[in-house]
Design a protein around this ligand. Structure first.
Ligand code: MG
Length: 307
């Protein structure tokens, strides 16, 4: 039984931030390997405009090809509005996510709506989803810092969490979109959020932009958080923080937690091998520290064997 739930976002939050699109068959084989490694919460894609986010084109095909999730497994898709929701329904998606921000300027720039308008849109989406027994998760981005407004207060972040909860999402993922959070800031948001809503309803989504992702995850774990969003290999980034590293890498978090004796349900060795083979499909090195060390260790082993 896993003590921590790893919510894998590489195929969506990761790939949508890659400059090149990855072929559908490579996305499918990555998804299948993630499932084999033990991932049970898997975000597969987004029903967004393909002309604006070409990396997410073919999401419905991906859902079709991968088939129904096994028991205790969920396949998620991001939907920005009712139109995206209709496409998700057509693809038989059972678990969807909606996305807003804690800061007004980020909401405007990223989803093209005010925060208030995004809630009005989600209200409709969530009503429809409930009617169809579809589970909805909510993302709150820029919860610790905003590229346009700077640091975000705990009060402002918690207000966003409350608003999403009020709409009826099953869980809120609190996102440090540009990696501005430090453990103390994290504590000021996570502690009251966990107290109010409990560990099942709160997820943490850290970015490693300033190298704080593992520290922030550890602080959250110590405070009782048990759901973490991660991205295989550390895929991803933020369009407003060019060149920055992406999400907390799945491998890095699993390494830390398993090293602490915490069960994640993930086979780290299998995952690392799969990530290294995926790395060849995208034109760059993945940023996961664990993976980098794993790859160089393998090289050393090969060199030793050949002596
Ligand atoms: Mg992210």
């Amino acid at each position: 039984m896993s003590q921590v739930t790893i919510f894998e976002m590489g195929l969506r939050d990761g790939l949508q931030n890659e400059s090149r699109s990855v072929r559908l068959e490579d996305r499918l084989s990555l998804a299948q390997n993630l499932l084999k490694s033990g991932i049970r919460e898997l975000e597969l894609g987004a029903f967004v405009r393909e002309d604006k986010v070409p990396q997410m084109a073919g999401t419905s095909e991906l859902f079709q090809k991968i088939g129904k999730p096994a028991k205790n497994t969920r396949f998620w898709a991001l939907v920005p509005n009712l139109k995206g929701f209709e496409r998700a329904v057509q693809s038989n998606v059972q678990s969807i996510a909606v996305f807003t921000a804690a800061t007004e300027s980020f909401a405007q720039r990223n989803i093209g709506m005010s925060i208030a308008d995004s809630y009005a849109v989600f209200k409709e989406v969530i009503q429809e989803a409930k009617r169809r027994k579809i589970t909805v998760r909510g993302y709150l981005s820029t919860a610790f810092g905003c590229p346009f407004e700077g640091p975000v207060s705990a009060k402002q972040a918690l207000k966003g969490v409350d608003q999403l909860m009020k709409l009826g999402v099953f869980q809120v993922s609190i996102g440090d979109t540009i990696g501005m959070g430090t453990p103390k800031m994290v504590e000021q948001v996570v502690k009251p959020a966990l107290k109010k809503y409990g560990a099942k309803k709160i997820a943490l989504h850290f970015h490693d932009t300033r190298g704080m992702a593992a520290a922030n995850a550890l602080r959250s774990f110590d405070l009782g958080a048990r759901v973490f969003d991660t991205s295989v290999g550390g895929l991803g980034g933020c369009p407003f923080a060019p060149g920055a590293t992406g999400n907390l890498a799945t491998e890095d978090l699993v390494f830390m937690l398993e090293g602490m004796g915490v069960k994640t349900g993930i086979d780290l060795d299998f995952l690392a091998r799969s990530s290294l083979s995926f790395q060849r499909k995208i034109n760059r090195g993945l940023t996961s520290r664990y993976l980098t060390a794993y790859a160089s260790q393998q090289k050393t082993r090969i060199a030793n064997d050949s002596h």
